[in-house]
Write a new protein. Sequence first.
Length: 161
Amino acid sequence: MPGVPGMPNVDFDAIAKGMAMAVPFVGYLGIEIEEISAGEATVVLPRRNELTNHVGSQHAGALFTVAETASGAAFVAAFAVRMGDVTPLARSAEIEFLKIASGAITASAKLGVDAAEALAILDAEGKVEFPCEVELSDKSGTVVATATVGWHVRLKDPSPV
């Protein structure tokens, strides 16, 4: 994936591959990161029987997880050059289920703030909070749910070793 201005040599492919290792639950559900760039990500929740609910559609918990995963991937990609310096936490999340979610579901996430702006606030204030908006769509492109994940990121405390 191409580099981003102000983010030299960020290997977005490595970030995508590393997400399932860093967050085992992502791998357990079989979520795949399809696209990732600074502040944006597209991930897919597969259609598997063990991820369905009592009516045969995707389970609400699985839909929430794919939305949170997409937001996390967008965040990690935006902060890739600083990940060793920060402690990120998903502070809040809200999801609205709009339609029955059948089949594989694609979650597309975008930070609600420019990555460079968020990094500047982080450097100036030691912390930054921002939303990440997520749309979940089925294979026909119908939006089945929307979510907002609120991220809180702070600089790690520099402590002597």
